[in-house]
Design a protein around this ligand. Structure first.
Ligand SMILES: Cc1cc2nc3c(=O)[nH]c(=O)nc-3n(C[C@H](O)[C@H](O)[C@H](O)COP(=O)(O)O)c2cc1C
Ligand SMILES: CCCCC(=O)C(=O)O
Length: 371
């Protein structure tokens, strides 16, 4: 396994085709799924020379959480579709790499068990933080219980997904009849206590509003990241509502189809928040050069979604370890070739964007933001 692409190919061979489609698929025509990757490919890096160093630091600190890599694991549902150990395997691999893992609310292992699996496993005894992803439920008492569970398990931040007032049109799943988890698997956080207890459905609730963010702000002192706000006005509202960070994400193209690639939105969102809160970006990150482009354009870290599922399907914990290692190596090499001593040296002038609509030519101007 030399590249993320290798994992994608291997996973497709190993997985039930219905599950492979669930992972790879997106909403409707999957225009945004493709746009995420294509937008990275269109950007060009313009390196500096004669100013590098023998050792490069990939360490980051974001929202008080320290990590040994700027690549974090975005929340993805149902890891047991890919590996018998599910999220336990993923978490061990993330901890070994010093990578932040965001546990999905739709995880097939409970956050308490995930936290337990990595306790004391980091190099310095403290693994990189776990964060917890939340779909705010109209049942606020239930939501409060989940927040308490994540907090008690030691999660370092809450990631609130706000791009899902309803579910995206996953047409592959509809055609395949993939509407439920296979027998024996369940969303661990949605099960009532006790054997054979009722398992709630995760509600996608169009009535969720900024008031709910205020409510959440009032019941927790954990940092809150908003995941899925794309409009610069919403980024500003997030700051005003006391949100601590943004996860700039279009859900990997799984919610509203035809929204822009996240990397294309980053300069605008970065300008809107003006350094007041950190921005993590996900969507289409497949290469170390993608990571470097996002960091140069203002992201504090980047998330990967599908690649983790593919690596888990290919080789369980070992697969995810290998995935994180190869991305780390690619980032490190790209840093060296850009003349950077660490992620802090990455600045917007290292990125060149095509001049739209003339995609044949590339503008040579500083800080070539995507226009
Ligand atoms: C199979 C799958 C399941 C996902 N589950 C969740 C989820 O439970 N919660 C959430 O906020 N986002 C979820 N996402 C979106 C990811 O967090 C992330 O935004 C996206 O996968 C990033 O794009 P990438 O797959 O191109 O890296 C899921 C994505 C995939 C592919
Ligand atoms: C209720 C599960 C949501 C999973 C998800 O967010 C996705 O498949 O994109």
């Amino acid at each position: 396994m030399m590249t993320v692409k290798d994992f994608e190919t291997a996973a497709r061979r190993r997985l039930d085709p219905v599950h492979a489609d669930f992972i790879a698929g997106g909403a409707a025509d999957e225009i945004t799924v493709r746009a995420n990757e294509e937008a990275f490919r269109r950007l060009r890096l313009l390196p500096r020379v004669l100013r590098g160093s023998a050792e490069r630091s990939l360490d980051i600190t974001v929202l008080g959480g320290r990590a040994r890599t700027p690549v974090l694991l975005s929340p993805t549902a149902f890891h047991k579709l890919c590996d018998g150990e599910g999220e336990l395997a993923t978490a061990r691999a993330a901890a070994a790499a010093g990578a932040i893992m965001i546990v999905s609310m739709a995880s097939t292992v409970a956050v308490e068990d995930i936290a337990e699996a990595i306790r004391g496993s980091g190099e310095d005894g403290a693994p990189a933080p776990l964060w917890f992803q939340l779909y705010l439920q109209p049942d606020l008492d239930f939501t409060r219980t989940l927040v308490r569970r994540a907090t008690d398990a030691g999660c370092g931040a809450l990631v609130v997904t706000v791009d899902s007032p309803v579910r995206g049109a996953h047409e592959r799943d509809l055609r395949n009849g993939f509407l439920d988890l296979p027998d024996g698997l369940r969303c661990a956080h949605m099960a009532e206590p006790g054997e054979g207890g009722r398992v709630r459905q995760i509600a996608m609730s169009p009535e969720i509003s900024w008031q709910h963010i205020d409510w959440l702000r009032g019941i927790t002192s954990l940092p809150i990241l908003l995941k899925g706000a794309l409009h610069p006005e919403d980024a500003l509202l997030a700051v005003r509502h006391g949100v601590d960070g943004l996860l700039l994400s279009n859900h990997g193209g799984r919610q509203l189809d035809t929204v822009p690639a996240t990397i294309e939105l980053l300069p605008e969102i970065h300008a809107a928040v003006a350094g007041r809160i950190p921005i993590v970006l996900d969507g289409g990150v497949r290469r170390g050069t993608d990571v470097v482009k996002a960091l140069a354009l203002g992201a504090s870290a980047v998330g990967i979604g599908r690649p983790v599922m593919w690596a888990l399907a290919e080789g369980g914990e070992k697969g995810v370890r290998r995935l994180l290692e190869l991305l780390r190596d690619e980032v490190d090499q790209a840093l060296a070739l850009c003349g950077a001593t660490g992620v802090r040296d990455l600045t917007p002038d290292l990125v060149r964007a095509p001049v739209w609509p003339d995609t044949a030519g590339y503008a040579v101007r500083p800080g070539g933001a995507v226009s």
